[in-house]
Write a protein that binds this ligand. Structure first.
Ligand code: NAP
Length: 252
């Protein structure tokens, strides 16, 4: 993997204790960023993450349990970051997301609202809270999804949230450019993470052989590579873009 230097600035990775977020957090720590990750429920995975980072000799991190769909909890999170490092968030990675697949006609109002709150509203709240203090050269990356580009018959709430996240990314690119901050999205295809249970992963692995031109599911580290590129100065003239990391599943 390419080496970057994120100059000991603070990166916030929402939902960074497992799956794609965890890979992003580890990659950032290995490239000289201070990293804060938050999670919602899974204290077991959070402990595992903490132990694993320490075993890898990575110590410049903070792990906090906060629901990022709540503005109050986001403010607590940002205060904790400031208290620890006396620095502001320079790199905001809106990664946390939820997906529950099922029949469209059984999708409840409650599920619709929760999915939109976690996958979309959180990115709005975090951008609104972080952006005023971000500096020239800082960057935002939102983790969208191929589902937001193609629609999804099994998760229309999720697909709508991820499509809107691309729109929010573009709005933020216009708003943030005035202060020299870039905003981009990454749209992963099928990535092997705990968002799917083991049975679903086995099904997707089989389907990938025919549905994905590169013939396989992706790895979280392959998404992290794209995120680090977009955060880095190598992408200094790229903003408002959505980078597909999907093995050729969708080209738009
Ligand atoms: N895996 C894929 O194929 C795929 C494809 C396209 C896009 N994506 C997107 O990539 C992102 C990461 O997905 P993943 O596959 O790595 O998922 P994952 O393994 O299920 O991890 C999701 C993370 O988000 C956290 N989270 C959920 N709700 C939260 C909340 N309200 N507040 C704070 N944290 C919260 C979870 O914490 P807890 O476990 O504690 O709840 C967990 O750490 C998501 O936005 C997902 O939609 C994934």
């Amino acid at each position: 993997m390419k080496q970057y230097n994120f100059n000991a600035k603070v990166a916030l990775v929402t939902g960074g204790i497992k799956g794609i977020g965890r890979a992003i957090a580890i990659a950032l720590l290995k490239n000289n960023a201070k990293v804060v990750v938050c999670f919602n429920q899974d204290t077991f995975a959070a402990k595992d993450m903490e132990q694993s980072l320490k075993e890898q000799g990575l110590f410049d991190f903070l792990i906090l349990q906060k629901d990022i769909s709540s503005r109050g909890q986001v403010r607590e999170l940002l205060r904790a970051i400031e208290d620890k490092w006396h620095q502001q968030v320079a790199y905001l990675i809106n990664n946390a997301g939820i997906l529950k697949q099922g029949n469209f006609f059984e999708l409840s109002d409650e599920q619709w609202d929760r999915t939109l709150a976690v996958n979309l509203k959180s990115a709005f709240i975090l951008a609104q809270e972080c952006l005023p203090k971000m500096q020239f050269g800082d960057a935002i990356v939102n983790i969208s999804s191929v589902g937001g580009q193609t629609g999804g018959d099994l998760a229309s709430d999720y697909a709508a949230s991820k499509a809107a996240l691309i729109s929010l990314t573009r709005s933020l690119a216009r708003i943030a450019s005035k202060q020299g901050v870039r905003s981009n999205a990454v749209a992963p295809g099928w990535i092997e993470t705990p968002i799917f249970n083991d049975k679903r992963i086995e099904e997707l692995k089989l389907e990938a052989k025919t549905k994905i031109p590169l013939g396989r599911m992706g790895r979280p580290e392959e998404v992290a590579d794209a995120v680090l590129f977009l955060l880095s100065d190598d992408a200094s003239f790229i903003t408002g873009h959505t980078l597909n990391v999907n093995g050729g599943m969708y080209f738009g």
